[in-house]
Design a protein around this ligand. Sequence first.
Ligand SMILES: [Zn+2]
Length: 455
Amino acid sequence: MRRKNKFGSIIFMLILIAGIAGAVFVSFSPMFESVVPKISMKNSGFWNFKEPLHVSISDTSGIKSYKVTLLSKDEKIVLNQEELSIPENDISFNIEAPKHIISFKPDKVTIVIEANDASKWNFLSGNVAQEKFVLKVDTKKPHLNVLTNSMYIHKGGSGIVIFKADDPNLSEVYIDVNHNKRFKPQPFYKDGYYISLVAWKITQPSFRAQIVAKDKAGNVRKSTIAFRLKNRKYRLSKIKISDRFLNGKIAELAETFDIAQQTEDKIEQFKIINEDIREKNEDLIHKTTSVVSDDKVDSFAIKPFYPLKNSKKVASFGDHRYYYYKGKKLSESYHLGLDLASVKMGTIKTQNPATVVFADFNGLYGNMPVLDHGLGLYTIYGHCSSLNVQSGDMLNAGEQIASTGMSGYAMGDHLHFGVLVQGIEVRPEEWMDRKWIKLNITNTIKDAKKIIDRQ
Ligand SMILES: [Zn+2]
């Protein structure tokens, strides 16, 4: 009896150890993992039946089989089904809408995705996952209608457009132009209408602007704005760099900028200042003036700018400047503002209400306030001797902004007046011309409002 008992408990112990070992093996082995496959499908909650839906499934023990079913109000269609002879850890595929459902167009569909993994869990049958995605069906492109736009746009100049964009699931509206720039329209006057200034960048030989409207289902409508293009020639000027200039202004500027001190060579210092530092200063200007509000615009009563009274023009917008030293070309740049001079420390005023968005030293531009006039229109005032405003100030028309000077890269007391549309420098002359503003901006807005009120 005793022996038999001892023998029995050894057997029992062995079974117990085997059992524990088995349990340990099952719980640690990927062959017996108990996690269901992970199913995901890229979607916006909408489907236009055109873009395929992208599905991915992953599992540590591998996917053995999967099935995708489409359910609509009165149909059940298997879109995709597969048994994998060799289980895979990650699979992804696209599913397309069946042809007949495209013409049938239900309001919504449910995509059911089921997947079974290769685990030995659940008495060898593996783990099963199921995900359901309810998608609203929208196969209609947004509706786009240009109401009015300024008739002409000049190279280096500005234009305006007012349009209607309609879609129950509208997600994005913008204006694309050929020079890799996207303009952001603002809601205008009444629901569904938009307004935007656009600019033809001076460095671009041609111009094309297209409104793009997208909905949440991925339907896209594009509409080209029928601007008449006016080419414009800008001056090419050859500027001789003198030793006096290198030892004077350039030496003085080089002391201001750390990066210009990496070399003793005056010519190299000039290139660093005219290229690297200029680029950095212009980046700041472009960034500051690219901001457009999401607020609804009711009017845009802009008045001609005339920042410096009794001034005369000393340099034009758009001059393409080539710099030579002893007959050798050193560098080039575009002059993207209008230089005005009157008396020393002349009073600079704004003729339009504005919010000051920057008022500080900006390298070659010296002391420089930046004013936001709304609708993506900004003005900048370079080389000031002193500033009367600070960032955040709200200005009324007629207020003094600063006094002219020669801070930064300036050889004499003057104002560098720049106008920007959503971060693009444009011809200030247009925004200083009462007739141009009336014809291109004010009347275009007035005409659009008349059309909207009739609709
Ligand atoms: Zn200038």
